[in-house]
Design a binder for this molecule. Structure first.
Ligand code: SAM
Length: 230
């Protein structure tokens, strides 16, 4: 029976590939990849020789019919993105939805994704959270911040280093400079860094130390002072 298997790949540290992911990549009939060059490097590191076919966001809609036919004609089709879990701020969702419509079995292996370590290590509540991924860059960005102002759950954002300072300024403006924030940078890599503090303090840090690399921003709610009565 035809199957689509989503395989998470490391977000930095190559040791984070799972044994199961390696086996599934070895057994795949077809590997679809967001960027074939990135995936070929990983496969070569794992000493796996397979044909890799491009599957990226700008052709996700157009290529669906062709990809579905290929999946139906195979047993094990794998989808990988450049890093982390396919479908999480990466191509994958449309293909999964189409496969379900076509009665194609779906498996998603557990594995690397940036927001889980960023959230858990932030020290902010991770029992309930809102994953917003990348905010719109222009139109709709302010509206998103206004919507987040009353959010009680911890908020998770993906952000580029060029927009981090702007993002922190907007957090101060729309959510308040006292909001607890944790910026995780370069997770699992040599220069992994967590900067925790009030939004205004974290903003000041990055105004003075312009960031590089990949970034997750975690925003907590204002904790009420405990007065011991409840
Ligand atoms: N599919 C990926 C996942 O499962 O996390 C996300 C892909 S998205 C295109 C890339 C964004 O994820 C980066 O801009 C950054 O916000 C976040 N990210 C990926 N790797 C990261 C890392 N090593 N450290 C911090 N953030 C990372």
């Amino acid at each position: 029976m035809a199957k689509l298997i989503l395989v998470p790949t490391p977000i930095g540290n190559l040791e984070d590939i799972t044994l199961r992911a390696i086996r599934v990549l070895k057994e795949a009939d077809i590997i679809y990849a967001e960027d074939t060059r990135v995936t070929k490097k990983l496969l070569s590191h794992l000493e796996i020789q397979k044909k890799v076919i491009p599957f990226h966001s700008h052709n996700e809609h157009r290529s669906l019919d062709r990809v579905i036919s290929q999946i139906q004609a195979s047993q094990n089709t794998v989808l990988v993105s450049d890093a982390g879990t396919p479908g999480i701020s990466d191509p994958g969702f449309l293909l999964v939805r189409e496969c379900i419509k076509e009665d194609i079995a779906i498996e998603c292996l557990p594995g690397p994704t940036a927001f889980v370590p960023a959230l858990v290590a932030s020290g902010l509540p991770c029992d309930r959270f809102l994953f917003e991924g990348f905010l719109p860059q222009k139109k709709g960005r302010q509206t998103k911040f206004m919507e987040m102002a009353n959010e009680q759950r911890t908020i998770v954002l993906y952000e580029s280093p060029h927009r981090l300072v702007k993002c922190l300024r907007q957090i101060c403006e729309f959510l308040g400079g006292d909001r607890p924030v944790c910026v995780s940078r370069e997770l699992t890599k040599v220069f992994e860094e967590y900067v925790r503090g009030k939004a205004s303090e974290v903003l000041k840090h990055y105004e003075q130390n312009p960031p590089k690399g990949e970034i997750v921003v975690i925003i907590g709610k204002i904790e009420k002072e405990r007065n011991g009565k409840d």
